[in-house]
Design a protein around this ligand. Structure first.
Ligand code: SF4
Length: 329
């Protein structure tokens, strides 16, 4: 095996069963990165506490998400898959980082302002410190690469600044400034044809759904809004069904739909049926692996436990170096 090009860190909140947006925007990329990088993939359950109203589903959502990741092809023998709260060193680094981060910088961030607007009844301290905790997540494992969508680029830049401030303040080089790696498929639109796919908007398609559930969701998809009747020509360029055909259908099928739609040679019902068929066919190997792993629920928890041990080994070493740099015993 050739030497790895660096270390990747990525975290995702425990949102349970993954949808196509998660899969195409993140998980598929997670799987691919394993070939070239030493990867740390973290389920960031502490981050979730800044916004969740109730924690009763946290454990189940963690399990379901990890199950989807493993079934999608994350290889736990190479990659470290773990739960953020099980490595408490991250809270320690978060605290040290909070001493080198100006408060005004945090309250000025557009993401903080947006969250504060969304939940005015719960503008908690954790929400303000969210980017500091995220920086600690990345720096704790000395990640050199963080895969993100374009809209998350400022988060990585923030981490670089915090790391620089820490290294400068304590005249050290122990922490690493990570680089951003943009994902290839940054944004997946939901079945409403307008907004980014997400569970909170109920415009998502779960990758672990049954073929019937998948088909039902695809048939609800909004198409070219200008195409009122079957006899009207359509415009695939503005149709989300067509965007997903480009992911799940063969090049010949995509070319044919592109041409036929424009001359009203194919109807939207037929076009969606074909998409559902191709999507189900493409997700079938993932679904069988998922069913196999789900037969023994202890498997996922064992993977996460093993990930905790491996992550903690790196984290403890970083914290030791950080404390030495600061001058703490
Ligand atoms: Fe969209 Fe297909 Fe309908 Fe054309 S035929 S508008 S690509 S669903």
């Amino acid at each position: 095996m050739s030497p790895k090009k660096g270390r990747v860190f990525s975290g995702a909140r425990p949102t349970g069963r993954q949808h196509l947006g998660n899969y195409l925007g993140a998980v598929k990329n997670y799987v691919a990165l394993q070939d070239d990088y030493d990867c740390f993939y973290c389920i960031v359950d502490i981050h979730a506490l800044t916004t969740v109203e109730t924690t009763e589903n946290l454990r189940q959502n963690t399990y379901e998400m990890a199950l989807d990741w493993l079934a999608a092809g994350i290889r736990p023998d190479e990659t470290v898959v773990f739960i953020q709260s099980q490595v408490p060193e991250v809270a320690e680094l978060h605290l040290f980082f909070s001493m080198v981060t100006p408060l005004g910088k945090l309250t000025d961030l557009p993401t903080f302002k947006e969250k504060a607007r969304e939940q005015p009844h719960n503008v908690n301290y954790g929400l303000v410190g969210y980017p500091v905790l995220m920086s600690a997540d990345i720096a704790l494992y000395k990640a050199t690469i963080v895969p993100v969508g374009i809209d998350q680029a400022p988060h990585v830049e923030f981490t670089r600044e915090v790391v620089r401030s820490f290294n400068y303040r304590y005249n050290t080089k122990v922490l690493v400034e990570p680089e951003m790696k943009a994902t290839e498929y940054p944004k997946v639109i939901g079945i409403d044809g307008q907004q980014k796919m997400g569970k909170s908007l109920n415009n998502h398609i779960e990758i672990a759904g049954t073929p019937e559930e998948t088909k039902a969701r695809v048939m609800q998809m909004v198409t070219d809004p200008q195409r009122m009747r079957r006899s009207d020509p359509g415009n695939p360029d503005v149709c989300n069904v067509f965007s997903l055909h480009k992911v799940f259908s063969s090049a010949e099928q995509v070319d044919s739909i592109n041409a036929e739609c424009r001359r009203a040679g194919i109807g939207c019902v037929q076009c969606k049926q074909l998409l559902a068929e191709n999507m189900n066919h493409s997700l079938e190997p993932f679904r069988s692996r998922r069913a196999e792993f789900a037969r023994d629920p202890s498997y996922v928890w064992e993977v996460l436990k093993d990930g905790q041990v491996r992550a903690q080994k790196v984290a403890a070493q970083t914290i030791r170096e950080v404390k030495d740099a600061i001058g703490l015993p």
